[in-house]
Design a protein around this ligand. Structure first.
Ligand code: C2E
Ligand code: MG
Ligand code: MG
Length: 608
């Protein structure tokens, strides 16, 4: 069938197989027609409007039918359009929905991802927080440990480890602060008490360092107790201002300092020193020992207008030495005379440094004579200082300062070189079967220089002299001050082949029974013995004992300070080997020695 949808409406044609009576449209046919139409309508609705039917019916009927068809078609078209519109709308809605859906899906996915991320971040945050808490705990631990260590270090830096008293650093700080106060506060006054224990070394040497240490602790306890408020039995400043801020300090060794602030005058300080001395006099019970040790105290007050703690402490030390020199177990106040002496000493120290640079030192030589023959066997080199304004200065006036300041090391080095060089010259100029020898004084400070043995070995080598012709003199007091430390040094010196002399024997508190302990070749008996020998037979007996013992130990004996023919005779009768003294010759210049040696190698043995 052909589609004729564009044909005129009233000419709508419906194909009839067999037209009979056009007016008679039987119902059955109509129904079938309608059915067909329905089918066609359905086809139209389906969009497949494809038919061509010619129906020739009565106009009215056709018209009605046409109308019906039109109506149906219209309805169908409308519904189709509607359906299409609806479909479109539906499609659009579906599209919108799907886009919304997609968007939603995306949002949900994103949100889920965000949530997962959030969860992860949260987890991380928790972990980080835990880590932070852990780190913080560790840090707190470290800080407290470090603070603890620092506090201990600070404490160590402020306290003396043996006694627990404050140390020098604290004292210096406290003095500085008191000095400031004297400048700010009119009438503020304070004092230092510098304590040194008499014969403390003896305790160490005889009872051992352990007892010595315990004695120091006991002393420290007494000192601390004497300053503690409320401790009225031992408190030494009981009548003084109870609000004062006193301090007990151990400087080192057996040296202690008490800082008294808030006292009124020097009399108060002396009063405290008196009480301290009484308090310290009582014996200390140390294990099975009862040890007594008195203190020498130097007092210095803020009266002198000090500018530094060091200056003040130095003067307190000077006063303490003066107390010791005055007979120990005493106290002395630093005064103007001491002040002047201190200034002179300071100047001396400055001048000594210049003297070294400007070569102001000279050596004099004093002959040493064989008592049997009067022959000069050698010399002692004795230093002098040619001061540009003060003239010739005796070693007694500058050697102690040189020792304290350490300047003795370069000075002593110069002496050694100069004397050995001189000896070499004389050994060549005046050859002997037994070569001339040279005695050189060596101070303790030089002895403990680690390179001393090497230096001496080099000197011996470079001047090429027989080692035994160099004789080093070490004072008895130097050896006694630290036998433990010095004995191995003396032994290694001796192993170089040179000879060692113990100088000023009899002044250094050693006993005869100690003699065998020294690795010594020559004993030089101090002139004190000769001076006192004339006073009684006992001294001669002591001299005799010393000479005999020394000989038994294989030592030679030299008598120092021989001034008279009587002394010479006595020494000869005692069997003394050698002598040195004004009787034979004073210390003289090298050219005078040469003149002497040229004239005769022997010196007169009896008064002219
Ligand atoms: P010392 O080593 O005991 O020297 C002996 C001292 O006694 C010398 O004093 C000497 O001049 C003096 N003397 C010698 N015979 C007599 C005498 O018959 N009568 C009297 N009254 N005195 C006599 P000097 O030269 O003043 O030396 C004093 C001290 O200085 C020396 O005592 C020594 O300990 C030290 N000394 C000297 N030169 C040096 C040196 O180069 N280095 C070191 N470290 N100390 C030295
Ligand atoms: Mg000497
Ligand atoms: Mg001497």
């Amino acid at each position: 069938m052909k589609s004729t949808s564009d044909g005129p409406r009233n000419q709508a044609v419906v194909a009839m197989t067999e037209p009979t009576n056009p007016n008679l449209v039987d119902e059955q046919r109509l129904r079938s027609l309608i059915d067909q139409l329905s089918d066609q309508m359905c086809q139209a609705v389906d969009g497949r409007f494809d038919f061509a039917v010619r129906i020739e019916v009565q106009d009215e009927t056709i018209e009605k039918l046409q109308m019906l068809i039109n109506f149906v078609l219209d309805a169908a078209r409308r519904s189709l359009t509607e359906i299409e519109a609806k479909a479109h709308a539906l499609e659009a809605k579906t599209l919108t929905l799907s886009s919304v859906n997609m968007k939603l899906e995306r949002e949900i996915t994103e949100r889920l991802a965000a949530e997962a991320e959030l969860l992860r971040s949260e987890r991380e945050l928790v972990e980080m927080t835990d880590e932070l808490v852990r780190q913080k705990a560790q840090l707190v631990d470290e800080i407290s440990q470090r603070m603890g260590a620092e506090a201990t270090a600070r404490d160590d830096a402020m306290h003396d480890s043996l006694t627990g008293l404050s140390n020098r650093a604290v004292l210096l700080e406290q003095i500085e602060s008191c000095l400031h106060r004297t400048k700010r506060e009119k009438g503020f006054f304070f004092a230092l008490l510098y304590l040194d224990f008499d014969r403390f070394k003896l305790v160490n040497d005889s009872l051992g360092h352990e007892v010595g240490d315990k004695l120091l602790i006991s002393i420290a306890d007494r000192l601390q107790g004497s300053l503690r408020a409320g401790d009225t039995t031992s408190r030494v400043d009981q009548e003084l201002d109870p609000e004062n801020d006193n301090l007990a300090v151990r400087l080192g060794g057996d040296e202690f300092v008490i800082l008294l602030d808030g006292i009124k005058n020097v009399a108060d300080a002396s009063l405290v020193a008196d009480r301290l001395q009484k308090l310290l006099e009582a014996p200390h019970k140390i294990g099975s020992h009862e040890v007594t040790s008195t203190a020498s105290i130097g007092i210095v007050t803020s009266d002198f207008g000090y500018n530094s703690a060091d200056e003040m402490l130095r003067d307190a030390d000077t006063a303490m030495y003066s107390a010791k020199a005055a007979g120990k177990a005493q106290h002395k106040v630093f005064d103007k005379t001491m002040h002047e002496q201190a200034i002179n000493r300071l100047q001396l120290e400055i001048d000594l440094r210049t003297a070294l640079q400007k070569e102001q030192f000279r050596l004099l030589y004093q002959p040493i004579v064989e008592l049997e023959t009067g022959q000069i066997i050698g010399f002692e080199a004795l230093i002098r200082w040619e001061h540009p304004t003060r003239g010739l200065i005796s070693p007694i006036d500058f050697i102690p300062v040189a020792e304290e300041t350490g300047l003795i090391v370069p000075i002593g080095g110069w002496v050694l070189l100069e004397a050995t060089q001189q000896l070499k010259k004389w050994q060549t100029q005046f050859p002997r079967k037994k070569p001339l020898s040279m005695n050189v004084n060596i101070s303790k400070r030089q002895l403990i220089q680690p390179d001393l043995v090497n230096t001496i070995q080099n000197v011996l080598r470079s001047f090429d002299i027989p080692a035994y012709t160099l004789k080093l003199e070490v004072t008895e007091s130097a050896i006694m001050s630290d036998m433990e430390q010095l004995t191995p040094i003396l032994q290694s010196l001796r192993s170089l082949g040179l000879h060692l002399c113990i100088d000023d024997f009899g002044t250094g508190h050693s006993s005869l029974s100690c003699l065998h302990m020294f690795a010594i070749d020559i004993l030089k008996i101090d002139r004190y013995f000769l001076e006192t020998m004339g006073e009684g037979r006992e001294y001669a007996a002591v001299m005799q004992a010393i000479v005999t013992l020394a000989h038994n130990l294989g030592m030679d004996v030299v008598a120092e300070g021989v001034e008279t023919a009587d002394q010479v005779a006595l020494l000869q009768s005692l069997g003394t080997d050698h002598a040195q003294g004004y009787f034979f010759a004073r210390p003289i210049k090298p050219e005078e020695i040469e003149a002497l040696l040229q004239k005769s190698s022997s010196l007169a043995m009896s008064a002219a």
